[in-house]
Design a protein around this ligand. Structure first.
Ligand SMILES: Cc1cc2nc3c(=O)[nH]c(=O)nc-3n(C[C@H](O)[C@H](O)[C@H](O)COP(=O)(O)OP(=O)(O)OC[C@H]3O[C@@H](n4cnc5c(N)ncnc54)[C@H](O)[C@@H]3O)c2cc1C
Length: 437
């Protein structure tokens, strides 16, 4: 978010910068002019989406491009169920754009505030063992490269670059549009309920394999998991959505409101956290409803937090989770935030956390006013021991040397960056750290 006076800060308040210039290009031609002008001034340039990355990946000390005006539908290919949309389009706007064509995005993450370009550039994902992250839904893209030229990547032109450009960390150029492979609109039946954690862990593989979309939250210091099981149903299924008031009570009052209270109390009376977590686990979510897919996948997150998330090979998920439980047990202070566990199918995006391997994701959070350093460091050690790859948009301490060993196509990606951005116009400190300068 950019404020008058030029201060930009991310959602979690972990990063802030006062860019030298902030520009709001409304057209592709204007983006090209911005890139050329930045080069002439010798300034680095980066686009931001919604600033929802927890890392410094979007930090733009030179020219910051806000792409909110570069938003909306460009064209629809009804035969192939593909839509081309402008890169600044926020995810929550996409269902409305797709509705007239009876289409939907195949899968989504927990929230829909991000821009499509920001979400794919960091490997944003939801859950579902048969589904990839959002970047796997991209079948074409147009990029403004460092020389201000347009690079088209799709089935016909430069198809070999798609696996890099569709999850490019903002390092290869400015995306101006992307083409999404959609699916026919569908309904999702959701069942959310508290269950004994040990039962969930005992049947972890089946739980993830049997459902279209399964995930669970574990409330630290309790033996309860809140499970979410989503089943895909045809679009003409009669839905039973949550009544608005019930949804408000569950998501806003209980989900966010109670959680805000837990976090605030946790800061002053940490000893109370385990008891409050037990209470939260009981009252938070015991419901069943069905609705249009995007209304089930995405929820509101009102409590500000900081997050780290690692992807481990899916067959190591159980062991990695037990390692995390030991960290929580041994950590000096109570943890006020639930741990989230999800899965994704293997994919072919070079820098995807799920590149070449089916993945299990473990995400840990801390209230934004609490210091996450010690907890995250201990969890990171466990995840790294299991071959974990960190989410590009979430806090971690790895650098190019350690990441190179985790990604078989790392050097190919760096070589492409050398080719498309030899002068490092799109650099920032985070990219220097994770890709090398
Ligand atoms: C409350 C919350 C919930 C979240 N839930 C999930 C979740 O369920 N799953 C998950 O995987 N992640 C999740 N995240 C992380 C989030 O989805 C990612 O970090 C994502 O990058 C944020 O998108 P954004 O639009 O805010 O991008 P930003 O953070 O603004 O930017 C991210 C990167 O994209 C680049 N970029 C943006 N626009 C362009 C462009 N036009 N061209 C080239 N590069 C561009 C930026 O330069 C930067 O490198 C969550 C984050 C928050 C705060």
């Amino acid at each position: 978010m950019t404020r008058p006076g030029g201060l930009w800060q991310n959602w979690s308040r972990t990063e802030r910068v006062r860019p030298q210039r902030v520009e709001y290009p409304p057209t592709v031609a204007a983006v090209r002019r911005s890139v050329v002008a930045a080069a002439a001034r010798g300034l680095p340039i980066k686009a931001v989406g919604a600033g929802h990355s927890f890392t410094g990946i979007a930090v733009s000390p030179g020219v910051l491009l806000e792409l909110d005006d570069l938003s909306g539908l460009v064209s629809v290919d009804r035969e192939q169920s593909r839509v081309r949309i402008l890169a600044g389009t926020r995810l929550h706007r996409i269902p409305g754009l797709l509705a007239p064509y009876g289409l939907a995005m195949e899968n989504l993450g927990d929230i829909d505030r991000q821009s499509i370009a920001g979400a794919i550039s960091t490997g944003t994902h939801g859950t579902g063992s048969r589904f990839g992250g959002i970047a796997t839904q991209i079948v074409g893209a147009t990029l403004v490269t460092a020389d201000g030229e347009l690079l088209t990547v799709d089935d016909e032109e430069n198809p070999e670059l798609l696996p890099a450009v569709a999850l490019g960390l903002g390092a290869l150029g400015i995306l101006v549009d992307v083409t999404i492979q959609c699916v026919p609109a569908f309904v999702v039946q959701a069942v959310e309920r508290p269950e004994p954690l040990d039962d969930v862990l005992a049947h972890l593989e089946e739980r993830f394999a049997d459902a279209d979309h399964f995930e669970f939250y574990w409330f630290p210091h309790t033996d309860v998991a809140l499970t979410k099981t989503n089943t895909r149903l045809p679009a003409d299924t009669l839905t039973a959505p949550q009544p608005l008031l019930a949804r408000w009570v569950d998501d806003i009052l209980v989900g966010n409101g109670v959680h805000q209270a837990v976090c605030s109390v946790g800061r002053t009376v940490p000893a109370a956290v385990p008891a409050i977590n037990r209470l939260s686990a009981k009252v938070w979510g015991d419901r069943s409803f069905s609705d249009a897919s995007h209304r089930v996948f995405a929820t509101a997150r009102g409590v500000r937090f900081r997050e780290m998330e690692y992807a481990v090979p899916v067959d190591r998920l159980g062991d990695a989770f037990r390692g995390l439980q030991r960290v929580v047990a041994e950590h000096g202070r109570p943890i006020e935030f639930p741990v989230e566990v999800r899965t994704a199918a293997a994919d072919d995006r070079w820098m995807s956390t799920a590149y070449g391997r089916a993945s299990g994701y473990i995400a840990v959070h801390r209230y934004w006013r609490a210091d996450p350093t010690a907890y995250f460091a201990a969890v990171e050690e466990v995840m790294r021991a299991h071959g974990g790859r960190p989410h590009w948009g979430k806090m971690h301490t790895q650098d190019a040397a350690s990441l190179r060993a985790l990604y078989p196509r790392f050097d190919d990606f760096v070589a492409l960056r050398d080719r498309l951005d030899p002068q490092r116009r799109f650099r920032n400190a985070y990219l220097d750290r994770v890709l090398g300068g």
